[in-house]
Design a protein around this ligand. Structure first.
Ligand SMILES: *Cc1c(COP(=O)(O)O)cnc(C)c1O
Length: 392
């Protein structure tokens, strides 16, 4: 099928809720993907942070093949080994909680919000979230997403949500009434433009949740599974949350979401309270196990630290040459380049030359290579970005 023929199918049969580029992708390997016309693209934003260990990692491919030949799905009426093993792996790399599996980031957050109300009960129902956040598109998670542009056309939203400015401890204290069931926050806002939560902010959330008996939920859907150089971004801080949610990179490209909760909280989810038909299926969990193993066998946490430092240093150096760069921020391989003007034009030009990056919130370039990225590939990407900026 030609590129044009595929696009025609979309025009006729697929709902046009995405602004798609006129390219059809057919193959991915590591840091690269190829379109149907044979163009090779260096992918520094693979799958919107889903392909965290690159496209089609051989370990993940092998694990999927093997599991598919044995059992793809069994419902949660029964036990299955991959789900149990993946839960153990996540628990041991996190804070020792228990896991619930689902299929996406939004679902993981939905689960966390529902669980928080169950656990706190007794008149507590409010959720505090932050301006500039992104938590998903379901009614609860889009309500949690404190950005008016995502709410337009969907009112009335779910009641009970309170928004505060990100990193604003005074606003947090003021909003923290006795009705608060949970605070939901990203340790680094992703879609919101790579805004890192300050240690003081995270500590204040922890302290207030403890004082008031509320639940601290960290949305690690984008930050989790190694991108920042630790399994979870909260591990850069000195606090532990009560619940973390994850998805994106967890399945190495396969759809999977998870919420991990402290045991005492997790105990509230008794049969009948919450569920997911596909959640924890054998195929997705096998992919999750393989992803974690690939990260460990390849020392990819360390690589994320080193390559993150290298990429940030190279990008910061570009600031000397290009006044359009205001500053570079982020942790590990979660990098934002704050421009002084809109970035969409640069992103489009980069893609024409074979480099994929992303622009969010108008003027923040997201540079989020997979954890397998090499120095040479970072050089290739930064040099190309440099030449595009040079053209103005
Ligand atoms: C992508 C994202 C979500 C939503 O995940 P979906 O899988 O699209 O539902 C939630 N939170 C954060 C921080 C994200 O980056």
């Amino acid at each position: 099928m030609t590129t044009q023929e595929t696009i025609e199918l979309f025009k006729k049969y697929v709902i046009a809720n995405y602004g798609r580029l006129p390219r059809v992708m057919v193959k991915g390997e590591g840091c690269y993907m190829w379109d149907a016309d044979g163009n090779k693209i260096l992918d520094m934003f693979p799958g919107w942070a889903v392909s965290g260990i690159g496209h089609c990692h051989p370990k993940v491919v092998e694990a999927i093949r093997k599991q598919a030949g044995e059992l793809i799905h069994v419902d949660n009426t029964f036990y299955s080994e991959p789900q149990g093993r993946l839960a153990q792996m996540l628990s041991e790399r996190g804070f020792g909680g228990k896991c619930f599996f689902c299929n996406s980031g939004a679902e993981a957050n939905e689960g966390a919000l529902k669980l928080s109300r169950l656990y706190t009960a007794q008149g507590k129902y409010k959720f505090i979230t932050c301006e500039g956040s992104f938590h998903g598109r379901t009614f609860a998670t889009v309500t949690a997403t404190a950005q008016p542009k995502y709410h337009e056309g969907f009112l009335p939203l779910l009641p009970g949500f309170v928004y505060i400015p990100f990193n604003d401890v005074a606003a947090l204290e003021a909003a923290f009434t006795d009705e608060v069931a949970a605070v939901l926050v990203e340790p680094i806002q992703g879609e919101g433009g790579i805004n890192v939560a300050s240690p003081e902010f995270l500590r204040a959330i922890r302290r207030l949740c403890d004082e008031k008996g509320a639940v601290m939920i960290l949305d690690e859907v984008q930050t989790g599974i190694g991108r920042t150089g630790k399994w979870f971004a909260y591990q850069h801080s000195d606090i532990e949350p009560d619940i973390i949610t994850m998805a994106k990179a967890l399945g190495g490209g396969v759809a999977i979401g998870a919420m991990m909760a402290r045991e005492e909280i997790a105990a509230c989810l008794v049969p009948g309270k919450h569920a997911s038909t596909f959640g924890g299926n054998c195929l997705a969990c096998a992919a999750g196990i393989a992803t974690i193993e690939a990260i460990e066998e390849g020392s990819l946490l360390q690589q994320a630290v080193e390559m993150g430092q290298y990429a940030q240093q190279r990008l910061r150096a570009l600031k000397e040459k290009h006044s359009v760069i205001d500053h570079v921020r982020g942790i590990g391989l979660m990098i934002g380049i704050q421009l002084t003007r809109p970035g969409a034009g640069y992103v489009a030009k980069c893609l024409e030359r074979g480099l994929r990056i992303n622009c969010t919130h108008d003027s923040v370039i997201r540079f989020m290579p997979p954890m397998i990225v090499t120095k040479e590939q970072i050089d290739e990407a930064v040099n190309l970005f440099d030449s595009v900026l040079a053209e103005g």
